[in-house]
Design a binder for this molecule. Structure first.
Ligand code: ASP
Length: 328
């Protein structure tokens, strides 16, 4: 074939691919969307993904299917999501750990939180609650701090892996409390709470949404919530200020991301569906009953999330450097 014919064929092919691309975006989604959750089922990231995914699926007319890909503090699942085909059929729920703290803790992390994603939007803020097994002989935060100081590594703490929210926020708590517990890694805080219910773990620092029902039911103890005000979801749990550790204030967040290169109009549809989910009364109630803090106004959408990720990466990088914590 002559060069000219080849060129013409290539041009037709390219034009066809382009029009097919935009038609795809118009009809998106035509099949189920997979949401990678980088932790075990039953933990906060999983719970939030299921709640907003259900509502987004209704808006977009397709199911949102959760795929739990746990490991390495959430970085395994996010690396998988970052490498997925950028067509809007695989997205992921990242959080303050995977997209904020983890890069400062892992030298060989396979993605850059601020470069390798198309941010969709924050799904929920999640205050940290210090929780413990129900029969642990420390009834208040002050008693917990005293006991942990005295017991050293006889006490054990469960977390969701280096770089996860529970790991990062309990690292802070342990430093402030002078605690040096045995730190036990899990694939998520869903299994941490299960082992706490089975009396195998003494305490943890977890996001409110996975502990609120158990604390309300009295099956695990809520020592304190690390916010300025009590949560309406846990009205009986004192703030860290009330409980005597006022400097311990920390809230996490969970947010949806698509892989870099996902078509802009597809990302826009996802952002719009998330926005509608967060304005839907039934979805709001489900999140708020668990203590989730719903982003409002400017806090919604991809542009805000993009700048927020940069701020969080910087914040954790500085915090770990100041604390002499090195990546490994
Ligand atoms: N968000 C994690 C989970 O869903 C836990 C963590 O980061 O601590 O299990």
């Amino acid at each position: 074939m002559s060069q000219n014919i080849l060129k013409t064929l290539a041009a037709i092919g390219a034009a066809f691919a382009m029009s097919a691309g935009s038609a795809d975006a118009q009809t998106y989604p035509t099949r189920a969307v997979t949401v990678i959750v980088p932790f075990a089922a039953g933990g906060p990231t999983d719970v939030i993904a299921r709640i907003v995914g259900e509502a987004m699926g209704k808006t977009l007319g397709q199911q949102f299917i959760i795929e739990n890909v746990a490991g390495a503090g959430g970085t395994t699942g996010i690396a998988k999501g970052a490498a997925a085909t950028a067509d809007g059929y695989t997205i992921m729920m990242g959080h303050m750990g995977t997209h904020g703290a983890a890069p400062a803790l892992y030298k060989n992390i396979k993605y850059k939180p601020d470069q390798d994603f198309e941010p969709i939007g924050i799904a929920a803020g999640t205050p940290i609650v210090i929780v413990g097994r129900n029969n642990y002989p420390a009834k208040t935060l002050q008693e917990l701090v005293a006991k942990l100081k005295a017991d050293g590594d006889k006490a054990n703490e469960g977390h969701a892996g280096v770089g996860s929210v529970s790991f990062t926020t309990c690292t802070m708590f342990n430093v402030m409390a002078g605690a040096k517990p045995a730190r036990v890694p899990y694939t998520g805080t869903g299994p941490v709470i299960n082992d706490m219910l089975a009396d195998k773990l003494d305490y943890a620092c977890d996001q409110i949404v996975s502990v609120a029902s158990q604390v309300r039911a009295g099956t695990i103890r809520g020592y304190a919530i690390a916010t300025d005000k009590r949560s309406p979801a846990l009205p009986d749990v004192p703030t860290t200020t009330e409980a005597g550790l006022p400097d311990y204030k920390v809230s996490a967040w969970n947010a949806l991301f698509a892989p870099k290169g996902t078509p802009k109009d597809v990302v826009a549809k996802l952002t719009d569906a998330l926005d509608k989910a967060l304005s839907d009364a039934a979805t709001r109630k489900r999140l708020e009953d668990l203590g989730g803090v719903i982003p409002e106004g400017k806090e919604r959408g991809g542009a805000h999330l993009a700048s927020f990720v940069k701020i969080e990466m910087d914040r954790w990088d500085k915090a770990f450097k100041a604390g002499g914590v090195m990546p490994n």
